[in-house]
Design a protein around this ligand. Sequence first.
Ligand code: PGA
Length: 245
Amino acid sequence: MRKLIAGNWKMNGLASSLAEIAALKGLTGTATCDIVVCPPFTLIEKAVAESRGSAILVGAQDCHAQSTGAYTGDVSADMLAEIGAHFVILGHSERRSAYREADAAVAAKATAAHKAGLTSIVCLGETREEREDGRAIDVVRAQLEGSVPEGATSSNTTIAYEPVWAIGTGLVPTIEQIEETHAAIRQALEGRMGYDGRHVRILYGGSVKASNAAAIFAVPNVEGALVGGASLKASEFAGIISAAV
Ligand code: PGA
């Protein structure tokens, strides 16, 4: 399966950061994977313009479940599609914990994203405590069941497995842990979607860097990465992209 490398800038980036996209264009001209950059809302339209003529696509980091209405401060999937976004990250652990986003809310957002023609990147992942208690696989399966909506297909949905304890910490699960969890996600996707579940891309996320990317990409059922800190600098992000052959 063609790999997908997505960069999540989180709440980082002013207009000057678009220089990283310009640099990334130059560094990834021959890349054989799909590349997505998810800057903050304020930079999406500019990032779309900056990446024109390259293989780089642009995504958002969240959207609302409704397409319009009295939701002060929110942004809908239709608004994102209109300005050229192709992807939206949903249910990131930072939103699940800081804004108490539950699985059902993530599923509703994903439905809205699909209706607007966006591909959702639905994030799943256990906490350290859940991993230590031996509940990681159960937690991830339950999140998948609740967060992936009816109507999800391999063309409108990507999964990102991101152990909460690996995000921004420099800690990475063992290759065996990644393999076991991704296999469980694949099995659950096939249970949910039948044959099409085999074609949903499952990304790994959490402290991915140019130096550990190749080993992670060699794991069965890992079809790319969702990258936070290491996506902010074009040179480091390009190193991850070049590992995704
Ligand atoms: P990190 O973040 O790569 O900085 O660990 C990943 C993410 O939060 O998507």
